[in-house]
Design a protein around this ligand. Structure first.
Ligand code: NYM
Length: 212
């Protein structure tokens, strides 16, 4: 039993290309849900604070070089090291809004040419999201948004390739939001979709595992 009457939290993942607005939208969502009195936390992957996360961060900022398979497994390990805390939070009634998850892992590595099934394998057994929201934006539009920050992967041609892999990974359960709309419109749609999910998880839907 937990302090929220045994109601579990929802695992909600935001996915999308770089500069699709995930980070701004996730902080708006957390403020909104918090205001409504729902226990909620904002998470992101990679989590650059852990030892593994520091290796990932140094790779992304071009301070280190790693084989494509190696960095893929580090991204996955970075999710595995958070799995038990994630489960505990959900069970205690806290919902998590997660900026990127396994879908980023598979889409970005597959876009480099790694086999998609090989990429999915280390994700098997991680917690399955209750909801995946895809912030859909044409790669060209995303690239126009104040430019990229200069990290690895932040290049138009590569992002086009990533978007193809996201399309392959998506299924009918994903909620696709047009992320080229004004921020306020995206925000409004997200609030509705996410609130619905939190309410339905409270009704007792159990937590499942990847890969679905
Ligand atoms: N990325 C992120 C991956 O390649 N694999 C993963 O598993 C995850 C979680 O890292 N370009 C890529 C996508 C981004 C980059 O993410 C860093 P962010 O959201 O910019 O910190």
């Amino acid at each position: 039993s937990n302090q929220h009457g045994d109601k579990r939290g929802a695992l909600i993942v935001l996915e999308g290309l770089d500069r699709s607005g995930k980070t701004s939208q996730s902080s708006r969502l957390v403020k909104y849900l918090d205001g409504l009195g729902y226990p909620v936390e904002s998470w992101r992957f990679p989590d650059r604070e852990t030892a593994v996360g520091k290796m990932i961060s140094s790779y992304l900022t071009n301070q280190s070089q790693l084989d494509d398979h190696t960095i893929h497994l580090l991204f996955s390990a970075n999710r595995w090291e958070k799995r038990s805390l994630m489960e505990a939070k959900l069970k205690s009634g806290t919902s998590l809004i997660v900026d990127r998850y396994s879908y980023s892992g598979v889409a970005f590595s597959s876009a480099k040419g790694l086999d998609i099934e090989w990429c999915k394998a280390p994700e098997v057994g991680l917690l399955a999201p209750d909801l995946v929201v895809y912030l859909d934006i044409p790669p060209e539009r995303a690239a126009e948004r104040g430019g990229y920050g200069g990290e690895r992967y932040e290049q138009l041609e590569f992002q086009k390739n990533v978007s193809q892999y996201y399309k392959m990974l998506s299924d009918a359960s994903w909620k696709i939001v047009d992320a080229s709309l004004p921020m306020e419109d995206v925000e409004k749609q997200l609030k509705e979709i996410v609130l619905d999910c939190i309410v339905s998880c409270q009704k007792g839907k159990s937590v499942s595992e990847l890969w679905l």
